[in-house]
Design a protein. Sequence first.
Length: 83
Amino acid sequence: MRGRIETVLDYAKAKEYFEGDNPAAWKGMLKPLLPMPGKVQNKKHHAALPYAELGMFMAELRTRTGISARALEFSILTVCPFR
């Protein structure tokens, strides 16, 4: 993510939308402040719900009240895979 932000800010600087150092640059800006990328612990993601169980899960989710249940339902119905 940081690399993408750095690229966008490099583009903006090239187009003269701003002046000065790129705040997302690793060398000279973030390196003294953040741990090395290799030292950061990897995250363990949760397993996905099997597709065959999705209908039952959605039916159970709809029985719940509250904004969290609606937000999760909306997220499921509008999911777009990330690449």
